[in-house]
Design a protein. Structure first.
Length: 152
């Protein structure tokens, strides 16, 4: 008597369990990679903000030292400082002796202090704040940067 059903398996195909295992492994690897990419992106944004703030601090410090030495006017002037900074980065009204209250995205705010008693440093930088990607970064020394923060 002949049998009509085959008992051997087709060696060319995959079982459902094998496919599910492969899909699960791919999903785990994708989640690990996405977490790594998010961390790398966050670190890159923080480093970019730090570099930008350090450069803006140097430019502003040079401008203030020129004023303190008697060159380029007697008081800090927003219009003169804007010509030294790239791409109109300075917030309108962003050079003041008052703390920053609000800031547009992609702009900086420079807070300075006036000391009329000092012959050498009449004007000094107190804080430079940068808003980048709706996060706030600031420096009070020109080298160490605080941020990202969601609020000022």
């Amino acid at each position: 008597m002949k049998r009509f059903c085959k008992t051997s398996r087709n060696p060319k195909g995959f079982t459902l369990v094998e496919l599910i295992v492969v899909i699960a492994i791919i999903g785990i690897l994708a989640s690990v990679v996405s977490v790594s990419i998010i961390a790398i992106t966050r670190n890159a944004r923080t480093k970019a903000a730090k570099t930008s703030l350090e450069n803006y601090w140097r430019i502003t410090a040079l401008y203030f030292s020129q004023i303190n030495m008697g060159y380029g006017g007697s008081v800090p002037n927003e219009k003169q400082l804007k010509t030294r900074l790239p791409n109109n980065i300075l917030q309108s009204g962003g050079l003041s002796d008052k703390p920053c209250s609000s800031l547009s995205d992609g702009k900086i705010y420079i807070q300075y202090e006036k000391d009329p008693k000092s012959a050498k440093n009449k004007y000094t930088i107190q804080k430079i704040t940068l808003r980048q990607n709706n996060k706030y970064y600031y420096t009070t020394t020109g080298t160490s940067v605080t941020g990202p923060k969601d609020k000022l």
